[in-house]
Write a protein that binds this ligand. Structure first.
Ligand SMILES: Nc1ncnc2c1ncn2[C@@H]1O[C@H](COP(=O)(O)OP(=O)(O)OP(=O)(O)O)[C@@H](O)[C@H]1O
Ligand SMILES: C[C@H](N)[C@H](N)CCCCCC(=O)O
Ligand SMILES: [Mg+2]
Length: 229
């Protein structure tokens, strides 16, 4: 059975997909097969969604976009609103079925990516963290390095800790060509205040190509089981 990671972030556009793809590349370089899963996705252009396309490229498996998602909405808006527009309500049981397929697909690692930040509404009364499956996943927080990220990162990590989720670390990701002012000081602050280990940095790649991005990700921080063999 695959080891399961869940990628959350400090916000939408923090770089969850980009960093998940960088992680997939690192796992594959270590000889592991990676299966991506994006349970809920919103925003298609000409039949394509960038997150799904990136995940498929990163894992190198012959998968189609709809093999790796369950609730796919056309409009790039909050998914629960799209769900209402498109009359296709999000249902955790459906997520369980598709996650189960991914976990039992023969892959060593399943990387599930959330949408938006941690508290993604999935209806007017529920949020994604109420999906029980998340309790079995090792959670990685992608911090989009910009002014305001300290609060968002600390809120996310503290909340998850308090709710009994297994946060295994955070990644510091730079999404734009300019590093935030006082980047190094902010990173040091994160290392000091976050209640979880630092996995590494992902730097901005001007081609927006995760396969060429430079990074300092240390898989041994999150991957202790696998380092053994
Ligand atoms: N390190 C990076 N270098 C270059 N581009 C990046 C980097 N990180 C993120 N980006 C770009 O920033 C945008 C947002 O990143 P990404 O799609 O990974 O965010 P996300 O957190 O997955 O958002 P969502 O909530 O929509 O899933 C994308 O265009 C992506 O290519
Ligand atoms: C469409 C977009 N790219 C994301 N996939 C969805 C972001 C949802 C954010 C919901 C919110 O917290 O306001
Ligand atoms: Mg994404």
């Amino acid at each position: 059975m695959a080891k399961q990671f869940f990628i959350t972030g400090t916000d939408t556009d923090a770089g969850k997909t980009f960093c998940a793809c960088v992680l997939a590349k690192k796992f594959r370089e270590a000889g592991l097969q990676v299966r991506p899963y994006k349970p809920i996705v919103a925003g298609f252009e000409n039949g394509h969604n960038a997150d799904l396309d990136s995940h498929i490229r990163a894992c190198g498996l012959p998968l189609k976009p709809h093999d790796i998602t369950t609730f796919a909405y056309q409009e790039a808006i909050a998914p629960h609103i799209a769900a209402e527009h498109e009359n296709n309500p999000i249902d955790f049981k459906q997520l369980d079925l598709d996650l189960h397929k991914a976990v039992n697909s023969g892959a060593d690692v399943v990387i599930t990516e959330g949408a938006g930040g941690w508290f993604l509404p999935v209806s007017s009364t529920a949020v994604l963290p109420q999906w029980d499956a998340l309790k079995k996943m090792e959670i990685i927080i992608v911090v989009g390095m910009k002014l305001g990220c300290l609060n968002h990162a600390l809120m996310t990590a503290t909340l998850l800790d308090n709710e009994g989720f297994r946060v295994v670390g955070f990644i510091a990701n730079t999404t734009g060509p300019e590093k935030m002012p006082f980047y190094q000081e902010n990173l040091e602050t994160l290392k000091q205040i976050m209640p979880c280990p630092f996995i590494g940095e992902v730097f901005y790649n001007e081609e927006h190509d995760f396969s060429k991005a430079s990074e300092t990700i240390d898989l041994s921080v999150i991957n202790a089981d696998y380092v053994c063999y």
